[in-house]
Design a protein around this ligand. Sequence first.
Ligand code: PAF
Length: 307
Amino acid sequence: MNPIHIVGRGAIGSLLAAKLVNLDRLFTCEVRSLNNLPKTVLNLDKSVTRLPAIITHQPNILDDSIVIVPLKAYQIENALRDLAFRLPKRASVVLLHNGMLDRKAIKALLPNHSIYLATTSHAAKREGSQIHITGTGTTQFGLAKSPHSPDAISTEIASIKSLFTRLISPVSYSDDIDQILWQKLIVNAVINPLTAIHNIKNGVLGDSAFTKVIMNIIQECIEVASTLSVQLEYTVMSELVRSVIQNTANNYSSMHQDLKNHRPSEIDYISGFIVSKGKENGVDVSENTRLLDQIKRLEQANENHSK
Ligand code: PAF
């Protein structure tokens, strides 16, 4: 079995840590600061898992480790820069976040390691010093790049799949991770800014008052994706968005929670990504631009408030 290393103790990092504790699996975890870390996880069955204390910021990462990086999109580049000189040769890295990153920059940061991209709809949120698991979901991952042989890559994929199956199942490996990430991006481009701007739970987006704006967002995103050679169907995307809204009706989106708690949001990697790729490729992205601007204004208001 590969050693496991988790970067950060946010909501999803803690969810993974709790699942490992419940399975009696040893793992290491690194954090930027030892202050104010969550201590327990409230599982869906109402049982509570105590998270192991972290006594050192950066424990050694063992050879052959699966290194899971479940951070906010805006934290990933710095985290990888920091990991680059500490990763043992045969470690593989799995990035698990909302939004789209600059793939070239990420690849350049870890030229000698396999990087996998993953997305999960398992959900958790922080309440004081406890993380609450708020829903189960599905997980998909795919390879971004690897310097290794096809055989070595197959072994890595099998190990990651087997690990994730025990933690955040059901899990599937996709040869076309871009399709999957774009689908998740569109779900986030609809739900996250709208719930944060209107201060609502995800389920309220099922009201007919939101039908038009949701349609515009999805259409713009699909056009941008197609200029980047990712083909998505409007009806499929609209159905996916509708089902996520329904399945997470009682949740507050991560962006809603970020703004409520005066944290920076991932808007630059969600609507910001769509707007910048749209402008580069001559696509009308006015709806996404409006949302981007509104979230930026809310972030600014939060910043002014805390000065
Ligand atoms: O960011 C989030 O909150 C989640 O990715 C999702 C799927 C929108 C549900 O709230």
